[in-house]
Each structure stands twice: as C-alpha cells, then as structure tokens.
Ligand binder design. Structure first.
Ligand SMILES: [Cu+2]
Length: 230
C-alpha cells in the first residue's frame, strides 16, 4: 500500500515537472519582388520620407504568438501594463510608447499622460470600446481587455497618436526585437498554429510541434501579396 502511494506521488511529480519547449526565430517584412521597394535603394533616403512609401526592411513591432486558448490560458501580469504618452524629439506631436502592445486577455493597461498637455485616448474597436475623455497628470486612466482581438487606440486631439493593443488568448507570445528576433519560452509540448502578425501586413501561420525542452526554429517573411489569406 505504502509503495502504491509513493508511486502515485512520483507519477504526480513527473507530470508536474514536464518542462516546456522554446520557439525562436525571426520575422522580417519584404516587398513583393519586382517593386522598387524590393530593391531598396533611393527610397531608403530620408529625403523621400514625405513620399510615404513603405520601407519594408524598416518595419518593426512584429508579434509572434500561439493561436487559440492553451492550457490554463492567460497568465495576467500582477501589475497593469503601461502605454505612456510622451513627446519625442523626432516627432512634432506626442506618441504612445510602445506603439504595439501584445497582452493576454484579462490584462489591465494604463495610459499615464507624461505630457503637460491634455490627451483624449479612445478606441472604437470591436474588441474594446472606450473613451477616457480629457486628462493629464496626475490623473491616470486604465482599461481591462476582456475580449481577444485587435484594439486600435487613438487620441482625439493629436493625429500622430495611435497604438495597437493586440489582445491574445494565451500568454505564449513575443514581440520581435529591433533585428526581428523573437523567443517564446516554457511552451507546453504540443502541436500549435504559430502566427506572425504586423499591423499593416497580412498575417502568416505555421503549424509547429513543440517537444519537452525542445527548441523549434520558425522564421517568417511577411509581405503584401503571396501571403496566405487570413
Ligand atoms: Cu493627444
């Protein structure tokens, strides 16, 4: 009997200590082959910035995430995540920082206003509608995102101010760094749809299998045309 109980405890511990795997890779954007942008060149010049061509190589804020609910689902940070409004030297107006914020569903996001001027932060997105009204320091506004989806956020006063809150169904996501590299760790073993997202490009999916303590490498190249419909 004692032996059986010990055995059960041992099995329980093994189940508890299954170690997740890691998903690593890069995300980059590329214009459709044959267009001027694919060759780079003259449009990389700052002089042509007014022409508002997309410099695909310079795109940032890619998010990579596992689609759908997973395990115990979202692990919500204990403290609210923040999007700060601030003025930068390079921009005439105020901006939200970060510009793209992926969060797990249930996360509360605060919008501290670091300016001495008023802002009115709002969204009309289906996943979350809100309107903070005019406010500035030390008043603080916050919203909890309870539904997955893309939430576009604007300021009713300043046209340069916009950001995207990407509300995701689980906590297995990463935002790529300045070189397009990302890493998602402690992923429970399993087969998943891994999705690469950018606010202005078609998303892409790949089916991946993560093994216990294994490392899966997945690279994405996003671009208009040629990408799977989403
Ligand atoms: Cu504003």
């Amino acid at each position: 009997m004692k032996h059986l109980i010990l055995g059960a405890v041992w099995v329980g511990m093994v189940a508890f200590t299954v170690r997740g795997g890691t998903i690593v890779g890069t995300v980059q954007a590329r214009a459709k082959l044959g267009t001027d942008n694919a060759a780079g060149g003259k449009y990389d010049s700052r002089k042509f910035k007014f022409a508002e061509r997309v410099n695909y190589e310079a795109l940032r804020d890619f998010v990579v995430y596992i689609e759908g609910p997973l395990g115990t689902n979202a692990v919500v940070p204990a403290k609210p995540t923040q999007v700060v409004t601030k003025r930068t030297v390079s921009q005439k107006g105020a901006v939200f920082s970060p510009h793209v914020l992926p969060v797990a569903v249930g996360t509360t996001v605060e919008w501290p206003n670091e300016d001495e001027i008023f802002h009115n932060v709002f969204s009309i997105s289906e996943a979350k509608e809100f309107d903070f009204g005019l406010y500035k320091k030390p008043e603080m506004k916050r919203v909890t995102f309870t539904k997955p989806g893309r939430v576009d956020v604007f300021c009713s006063i300043h046209s340069s101010m916009n950001c995207v809150i990407l509300v995701l169904e689980n906590s297995y996501f990463a935002i790529a760094d300045g070189k397009g590299r990302y890493s998602i760790s402690d992923v429970p073993p399993g087969t998943y749809q891994l999705k690469a997202w950018h606010e202005r490009l078609p998303s892409q999916r790949q089916t991946i299998t993560v093994s216990e303590m294994g490392e899966v490498r997945v690279d994405f190249t996003l671009g208009p045309g040629g990408a799977p419909k989403n």
